[in-house]
Design a protein around this ligand. Structure first.
Ligand code: F3S
Length: 391
């Protein structure tokens, strides 16, 4: 890679050990992927925050970075942790997990990151604009930023996102370049399947696209999703595939600005058979100890809608603490409390220690949660639309 004089100093250690380590990570990636230079990033979002996914190795890496003087140089947010940082005791989280988790959060805080502990940073203050270069990890946020907001990011891992946060730089390759942002496969969903208006169908569609076209830039035809449905669609794609960008003609920003981007040589249809294939794969049980909503974290709109529905089962909704604190949401939260819906902040059903907390099965309406909760949370999953789960 061609480095500027300042970047050479950063790499040689003249700007400190942490900056040097970050530059080594980024130049290493740049060399592997054939980048010629760096570009500045406007923000970073770092995943791998939960002690359950980061482990002791992750904790040591982050604390070492702090000891070596790491400070973020661009606005930086972080992903959900393993517990609600305020109510972890009440949630029944084992103390050893909480102690280590709090050390991770403290380390990020020390570096200057905003500990939002949410996978929807774009709704809690870290919203990039179209064309901006950013360095985000958390696959559901990456695909939302690239597709719905038109920003440009790799699907970073936690170390490279942190390295970009510290240096303010990312190597230029992949989705940072125009030539890699064109659609590669057209997907034609049966619009009748999507008439209900929820997010479940979009989550299923996304999961199917990711499983069948894992390296693609899909173009989703015939649909006009709202932001919550776009969130579910992208999270599904990024779960079963390595997808980090999709387009929807006349809806997503790059497709609106440049319709040719949606022209593809390959086409595929999505109907009832494909829908049932995914549901059959992910739905493991018809019973659930609790219903866990908010994967990705629930938005204001989703909470408002839930507060107007009949809820009979025990429901937890995972949300960002910043949304929990919003004074204008007081009435909504009051209505949800009356329905015994519990708002859980800073964490989610996948990265929290559900089995250690005594749960063996959960109901979810998100394909991402349905895929990862059995793998990482050691619980069985009932995968169904929202209406069916809460009654
Ligand atoms: Fe977010 Fe956890 Fe789902 S991090 S996308 S709620 S698995």
């Amino acid at each position: 890679m061609e480095l500027t004089k300042e970047q050479e100093k950063m790499l040689s250690g003249e700007r400190g050990k942490a900056v040097q380590k970050a530059m080594e990570i980024l130049t290493g990636l740049g060399d592997i992927y054939g980048a010629e230079k760096f570009t500045p990033v406007q923000s970073a979002h770092v995943s791998g925050v939960s002690i359950r996914t980061a482990g002791d190795a992750g904790l040591n890496f982050i604390e070492e970075m702090v000891e070596e003087g790491a400070k973020v140089t661009v606005p930086t947010t972080i992903n959900p942790a393993a517990l609600d940082l305020r109510d972890w005791d009440e949630m029944g989280v084992p103390e050893e997990i909480s102690r280590k988790q709090i050390r991770i959060i403290d380390a990020y805080r020390e570096m200057g990151a905003d500990p939002v502990c949410s996978c929807i940073p774009y709704l809690v203050g870290n919203e990039p604009s179209q064309g901006q270069h950013i360095a985000w990890s958390e696959s559901s946020a990456v695909i939302y930023a690239n597709s719905v907001l038109g920003a440009r990011t790799h699907r970073e891992g936690a170390p490279s996102a942190l390295a970009s946060a510290v240096t303010g730089l990312t190597p230029v390759y992949g989705y940072h370049l125009d030539e890699n942002r064109s659609g590669s496969v057209g997907i034609r969903p049966d619009p009748d399947l999507f008439a209900g208006g929820g997010t479940f169908q979009f989550s299923v569609l996304g999961y199917w696209v990711g499983a069948n076209f894992p390296e693609s830039v899909p173009v989703i035809e015939n649909l006009h999703p709202n932001p919550e449905q776009e969130k579910a669609l992208g999270a599904g794609m990024a779960t079963s595939g390595a997808i980090a960008l999709y387009h929807i003609p006349r809806v997503t920003p790059e497709a609106k600005e440049n319709p040719e981007i949606c022209e593809t040589d390959e086409e595929a249809s999505f109907g009832t058979e494909e829908f049932e294939e995914v549901r059959g794969e992910l739905d493991q049980t018809s019973e659930a100890d609790i219903v866990c909503l908010g994967c990705p974290h629930a938005s204001e709109e989703e909470l408002r809608r839930l507060s107007c529905m009949d809820v009979e089962n025990e429901v937890w909704v995972h949300i960002p603490r910043k949304l929990r604190k919003r004074p204008d949401m007081k009435e909504v939260y009051q209505r949800l409390r009356e329905k015994s819906v519990k708002l859980v902040c800073d964490t989610c059903m996948v990265v929290s220690p559900l089995s250690e907390m005594g749960y063996s099965s959960i109901g979810v309406n998100s394909a991402k949660a349905a895929y990862y909760a059995p793998l990482l949370g050691d619980v069985e999953v009932h995968f169904a639309p929202l209406e069916g789960l809460i009654k």
